[in-house]
Unconditional design. Structure first.
Length: 151
């Protein structure tokens, strides 16, 4: 015979441990985690960690995580990677500062744009590499239209 105290213990165990686990498993089965959501949040966290790194070694590790999560988002189709060519703009010009401000404004959320440079020349950007959600490319094209080279 099972004692009354032991039955109570079994019921409490069932109520406190087993039932929450079952509910959790049902919820996870019904609403699976979105890998794009995971990588987007991990990307933003890695970027924040990169920006606040106190050593070059830590910064390098965090930047590697940024690159991995950004590429995962491209692979999942959550981001598209595009290079928009620029006409010749010198880094000491007002135009370069204007383009830099556009990049800063459009990438407030995270590391989603960078200049592409002429090989061996850090004074002449040849384009802007952009990682954007599908449907956001037109905003970038519009914002950069007066600085782009014509094919």
């Amino acid at each position: 015979m099972i004692s009354k105290g032991f039955r109570r213990f079994l019921l409490l165990t069932l109520a406190c441990i087993v039932l929450p686990v079952i509910v959790f498993l049902i919820v996870m089965w019904r609403f699976p985690a979105d890998p794009a959501h995971y990588h987007f949040n991990a990307l933003l966290e890695a970027d924040r960690n990169f920006m606040s790194s106190e050593s070059d070694q830590a910064a390098a590790l965090h930047w590697e995580a940024v690159l991995e999560h950004r590429q995962a988002l491209v692979d999942l189709g959550a981001l598209q990677e595009v290079v928009l060519p620029l006409r010749q703009i010198n880094v000491s010009s007002d135009e370069f500062n204007e383009v830099s401000e556009i990049l800063k404004r459009n990438t407030a959320e995270g590391p989603f744009a960078q200049f592409e440079w002429k090989e061996g020349n850090n004074l002449t950007p040849i384009g802007v590499r952009i990682w954007c959600k599908p449907g956001e490319l037109s905003r970038w094209e519009s914002d950069l239209s007066s600085y782009r080279s014509q094919p």
